[in-house]
Structure formats: structure tokens, C-alpha cells
Design a protein around this ligand. Structure first.
Ligand code: NAG
Ligand code: NAG
Ligand code: NAG
Length: 425
């Protein structure tokens, strides 16, 4: 009897251990992919280590809370290591010393707060480092120094405080082309934060608590930059015409969801390669007459969700504009033959979104006739008779005078209100 009991107990223990470990499978003799076991797990030597054929290891969401020394020993061909979506709080100095061929390291969505100096000293071939979604609040000077080949760095959704960042942290990584600081507090970052970069292409500063376009993002060495993302900040003014003078290569400028009210008419003119400007969800009431004039590559302008009443064709004169979005503004009319005039002044308008707006019905009628005649794509689906799209007085003609705007806007808001109430009733 005694003997049987012991055997059962031992068996159960073995089972429990077996289930705690992630399960790993090897594909094409070189790609190891693991899935989580039933409990949290400390990675140790033996699970994925000791195989010189392995080139890739995926330990995504494997409930790993710690990595023991030697876990990656004898992986002399390893170039790809995905440790994302685990619960790692610390990486001990030396744990990633072994796989010297490593070029891709994904540590995103863990609970890392900082790194011991020297952690990356042996993985000098690293090209991509994804640290998104941790709690990193400190980057010690020198931590990235061995990473001279670094190309892609994602630091988004961490607890970085820009004003405490040392501007020399990237000094030995001048070839970074992509860097993402979004969802960190980057207000007050040093002006020379990115001074070492020689070929940056994409800079993401979404949700960084910025009150103005930060000067570290517009320095002369950033003339290679193609995308600058400044969305969801608290930028209110763009009034210095020299702001973007250095950004010769910029193709996309995203200023979505700020509180921009005024824009200097010449601020975009240095951006000769700009293709797309996103200004949606700001609070612009007027748009300067020259703002997008003579921009040789400009094809998309999104002004959705502002408070514009007047938009003149002059704003876009000499630019090959294809897509324009004026939806959700305070527009009751546009100038006569707006689209034709756009085309006559260099525009190539193909897609034009203008609903909702507090349109005067007669003006909307003219515009709809025009877009249909010219074969321009518009928000067709919105005109299904299911909700109010315009307002009119007894007199059905388009009044192109600003002093009537207030009246039509009020009428439209009233109609919308009635419509909403009747639907909820
Ligand atoms: C892997 O290669 C190294 C040197 O190239 C060798 O010393 C080691 O024994 C090999 N390990 C395995 C598990 O084959
Ligand atoms: C890193 O892992 C996350 C989550 O598993 C994934 O969404 C992301 O695309 C990976 N990053 C890169 C650069 O491949
Ligand atoms: C505005 O219109 C453009 C096409 O002209 C479209 O690509 C974009 O998504 C629109 N923006 C919004 C917020 O709907």
C-alpha cells in the first residue's frame, strides 16, 4: 500500500513540473516556437539553449517572469529572439551575452523598468530592439553604446521622462532609421536628443505631452526624415515659419488631435517633398490663404474635425492635391465651382469628403452636381435620406457670404438636435 502511494505522489509531481514549462516545437530544424505552460516560469538552460542550428526562438506570452544565467547558451546561430508579452521585470547582467549573432530582440510588453549597464555589450549585431509597453523610466548613459548597428528602436508606451534623458545615449547608434517615443512624457527633452542620427526616417511622438513642436525633432541632421508624427499632443500654435526649414525629405506630417488654432502661412513652404498633412481634430477657425500653396508633392490634406467656415481654392493653388477632407467643420458653402477651380489651379482632386457640415442645401446641391460631373469620389453613403445633411430657408439659393453662416449653423444644430431626439424617442 505504502509503495503505491509514493509512486502516485511522484508521478503527480512530475506532471506538475512538466506542465509548468512552456512547450517548444522546432520547425525546419531551426525555428523554435514555444507556448505557455500552466504556471509562471523562470527560463533556465535546457528549454531552448544548446543548439547551434537554431536561428529563431519565439517565447512570446510564455509566462516567463525571470531569465536565469545560461538560458541562451550555445546558440551560435541565433539571430531572432522574441520574448514579448511575458512578465520579465529584470534582466540580469550577462543573460544575453551568449547569442552573439542576435539581430532581432523583442522585449515588448514586459515589466522592465531599467537595464543594468553592460546588458547589451555582447550582442553588437543587434539591428532591431523592441521595448514597447514596459515601464522603463531610465536609460543609463552607455547602455546602447555597443549597439552600433541599431536600426529600429521602439521605446513607446514606457515611463520615460524626456527632460531626464541624456542626449548622448544614442551617440554610438547613428544609423537608427526608426525611433518611437510615443506614449512617454517627452516635454522638455534636450534639444540635442537626436543629434547623433545620420539617417533617421521615422520619428513617432504621438501622445508625448508636447505643448509645441519640439526642437529636438527638427534639427538639421534630421533632413533625412520622411515621417514626423506629432499626433495627440497639446500643440496650440504653429507660428514660427522656420519650424520645419531643415526637413527637406519630409513626406508625412501628422498633427492630428492637437489644439492648433493658428498656423503661420509660410510654415509648410520649406517642405518641398511633403505628400500628406494631417491636421484633423484641431480647433482651426481659419486657414491662411497661402498655407498649402505651391507644394510640388502635396496630395493629401486632412482638415476633418476643425471649425473652419471658409476654405478658399487659393489655399491649395499650385499643389497637385488629390485627397481633401473638410468633413466635420462649420462650412455652409464653398466658392462656386470649387473642384473645377482646384483642378484649374494645379490640383488633381480625386477624393473629396465634406460631410457632415452645416451646409446650405442649395450650396450642397451645387457641390454634389459638380463632384458627380467631374467623377470625384465623395461620401456618397451619407446622402441616404436617413439624417439631415443640410438646411434651407424658403429661398433656395446658395448665399456665399460669411455673415449668413451663423444663422445656417444654428439652424443645422437645431435640426440635428430634433433628429436625435426623435430617434431616441
Ligand atoms: C556549438 O558550437 C560551438 C563552437 O562553434 C561549440 O563549442 C559547441 O560545442 C557547439 N554546441 C553544440 C550544442 O553543438
Ligand atoms: C514584438 O512583439 C509584439 C507583441 O508580441 C508584436 O506585436 C510586435 O510586432 C513585435 N515587434 C516587432 C518589431 O516585430
Ligand atoms: C479624410 O478624407 C481622406 C480622403 O480624402 C481619408 O483618407 C481620411 O481617412 C479622412 N479622414 C477622416 C478622419 O475620416
Amino acid at each position: 500500500m505504502m509503495v503505491t502511494y509514493t509512486t502516485v505522489a511522484v508521478l503527480i509531481t512530475i506532471f506538475a513540473i512538466a506542465e509548468a514549462k512552456p512547450k517548444c516545437k522546432t520547425f525546419s530544424q531551426k525555428d523554435v516556437v514555444c507556448t505557455a505552460g500552466k504556471t509562471d516560469y523562470q527560463l533556465v538552460r535546457g528549454l531552448v539553449s544548446d543548439n547551434n542550428k537554431t536561428t529563431g526562438i519565439t517565447l512570446r506570452a510564455c509566462r516567463i517572469y525571470d531569465i536565469e544565467y545560461e538560458s541562451f547558451n550555445d546558440l551560435n546561430s541565433l539571430s531572432y529572439l522574441d520574448l514579448s508579452q511575458n512578465k520579465i521585470q529584470n534582466l540580469k547582467l550577462g543573460v544575453i551575452d551568449e547569442p552573439k549573432q542576435l539581430s532581432y530582440l523583442n522585449l515588448s510588453y514586459n515589466q522592465l523598468t531599467e537595464f543594468p549597464l553592460g546588458l547589451f555589450d555582447q550582442v553588437t549585431k543587434l539591428d532591431l530592439l523592441d521595448l514597447r509597453g514596459n515601464k522603463i523610466n531610465k536609460l543609463e548613459l552607455g547602455i546602447f553604446d555597443p549597439l552600433t548597428k541599431l536600426n529600429f528602436v521602439d521605446l513607446s508606451s514606457n515611463a520615460l521622462v524626456g527632460k531626464d534623458l541624456n542626449p548622448y545615449i544614442f551617440d554610438q547608434s547613428p544609423h537608427i532609421t526608426f525611433i518611437d517615443f510615443s506614449r512617454n512624457n517627452m516635454e522638455g527633452s534636450p534639444d540635442n536628443l537626436l543629434h547623433a542620427f545620420q539617417s533617421l526616417q521615422i520619428l513617432n511622438l504621438d501622445r508625448c505631452f508636447l505643448k509645441e513642436v519640439p526642437s529636438f525633432a527638427t534639427k538639421p541632421n534630421l533632413g533625412t526624415m520622411k515621417h514626423l508624427i506629432l499626433s495627440t499632443n497639446q500643440i496650440s500654435k504653429l507660428d514660427n515659419p522656420a519650424t520645419f526649414v531643415n526637413l527637406d525629405s519630409l513626406e508625412l506630417l501628422d498633427l492630428t488631435a492637437n489644439v492648433i488654432e493658428t498656423i503661420n502661412p509660410n510654415i509648410f513652404s520649406p517642405l518641398k517633398n511633403l505628400q500628406k498633412v494631417d491636421l484633423k481634430n484641431n480647433i482651426m477657425k481659419t486657414i491662411p490663404d497661402d498655407l498649402f500653396r505651391n507644394m510640388p508633392k502635396l496630395i493629401s490634406v486632412d482638415l476633418y474635425g476643425n471649425q473652419l467656415e471658409e476654405v478658399s481654392v487659393n489655399v491649395f493653388r499650385g499643389s497637385p492635391l488629390k485627397n481633401l477632407n473638410l468633413s466635420s467643420n462649420r462650412i455652409t458653402y464653398l466658392q462656386d465651382n470649387f473642384c473645377l477651380e482646384l483642378r484649374n489651379s494645379g490640383g488633381k482632386i480625386k477624393k473629396f469628403l465634406f460631410d457632415p457640415n452645416p451646409w446650405q442645401c442649395a450650396c450642397l446641391h451645387d457641390l454634389l452636381k459638380e463632384v458627380k460631373r467631374l467623377g470625384i469620389e465623395y461620401n456618397k453613403g451619407k446622402y441616404d435620406g436617413k439624417r439631415p445633411v443640410c438646411v434651407t430657408t424658403a429661398e433656395f439659393n446658395c448665399k456665399r457670404q460669411q455673415n449668413f453662416n451663423e444663422m445656417y449653423i444654428d439652424m443645422f444644430n437645431d435640426v440635428k438636435e430634433i433628429h436625435r431626439n426623435s430617434r431616441s424617442a
